[in-house]
Design a protein around this ligand. Structure first.
Ligand code: FAD
Length: 306
């Protein structure tokens, strides 16, 4: 119930105004978001890399309805990627891109524009010596995102994508993508989805995650286990027993279970942290609150006690 309300609020302009205008929100947002600009993102990247973890950077923004804004997002990624190369981080830091931030929802030729914009980011990533992973948004975008992935991989075979275990289609998508050279980031899924397309029950989502993980770990691709769930991490560890350590990785979000991130890295696992930055933090922040009721209490407590 609370999850649904928060996810509905994540797409409400009125609530967005309220949350963003509250000056006391900022310190709480900082737990999940690196900072507003490239300098903050690069500084956080340096801190994360220092203890042996890897990074993927997300320039925050989504649901763009403006072509200029979409192009601005591409430029932000280009600047970031040049900077990552300059400071020598590009071998351990890649970028994550939401296609809706680069034009997928534009009323005219959205998909074509998103493909061209994503291609520009891939060119910049390639020049920097790193790669791109396409985030996955709500289920109405899955086919379009996977089509764009296929197009990009023709020229940039290291481009990866996210699949969401809560979608009923995902086990088949995993089979389709479990081939050599294919990078798949498997997560549970963070959007409010209808029962027709998505499992609603937490246990069913977890079971689907395990089925998908089995397909990916048995395949020839590069599975990226994106979860903070201790049970799923233990299962991934067992399923990966036959694999070399550099043929898969664990991934978690910035600010969530950092000690576990460090533990996994210290044990010799490849552990990547998803680091979001930028001032368009609202949708991302609300999804983090929705994932864990305790975060709402944390948020409210911070508002009250400051
Ligand atoms: P859960 O059962 O939600 O959590 C397990 C445990 O992890 C909790 O008990 C708690 O201890 C901790 N935890 C989880 N979430 C939080 C939180 N917000 N705050 C504090 N503690 C928490 N979703 C998409 O739909 N599309 C994407 O492209 C996408 N990309 C992602 C990339 C990465 C690298 C990661 C890690 C997640 C991504 N997600 C994405 C989000 C994902 O779908 C889940 O919503 C999120 O990871 C929570 O699920 P969980 O597997 O951690 O399990």
């Amino acid at each position: 119930m609370l999850r649904s309300t928060l996810l509905a609020a994540s797409r409400s302009g009125a609530v967005r105004g309220l949350v963003e205008r509250t000056p006391l929100t900022r310190p709480v947002v900082k737990r999940f978001i690196s900072g507003d600009d490239t300098a903050a993102a690069v500084a956080t990247t340096g801190e994360v890399l220092a203890d042996g973890r890897y990074v993927t950077l997300d320039h925050l923004g989504e649901d763009t309805r403006d072509a200029e804004q979409a192009s601005g997002t591409v430029e932000a990624y280009e600047v970031l990627l040049r900077r990552l190369a300059e400071v020598g981080y590009a071998d351990r830091a890649e970028v994550s891109v939401k296609l809706s931030a680069v034009g997928q929802f534009l009323p005219k030729d959205g998909e074509k524009i998103a493909l061209e914009n994503a291609r520009r980011i891939c060119v910049a990533a390639d020049a920097a010596g790193t790669t791109v992973t396409l985030d996955m948004e709500d289920h109405t975008t899955t086919d379009s995102t996977l089509d764009i992935l296929r197009e990009l991989r023709v020229d940039f075979p290291r481009v990866g994508a996210v699949l969401q275990a809560y979608l009923k289609r995902t086990e088949q998508d995993c089979r389709d993508l479990a081939h050599a050279g294919s990078r798949v980031r498997l997560c549970k899924g963070a959007y409010k989805e209808p029962a027709a397309v998505a499992f609603q029950d937490k246990t069913e989502v977890d079971r689907s995650y395990v089925r998908c993980l089995k397909v990916l770990m048995a395949g020839a691709g590069y599975p990226m286990v994106a979860s903070h769930d201790p049970r799923l991490i233990a299962i991934a560890h067992d399923l990966a027993a036959h694999r070399a350590p550099d043929t898969y990785e664990y991934q978690m979000l910035f600010g969530i279970r950092p000690e576990e991130q460090r533990r996994l890295a210290a044990e010799g696992n490849r552990m990547r942290v998803y680091v979001p930055y930028g001032d368009e933090w609202y949708g991302y922040f609300m999804r983090r609150l929705a994932e864990r009721p305790a975060n709402v209490a944390f948020f409210l407590r911070a508002l009250i006690t400051r």
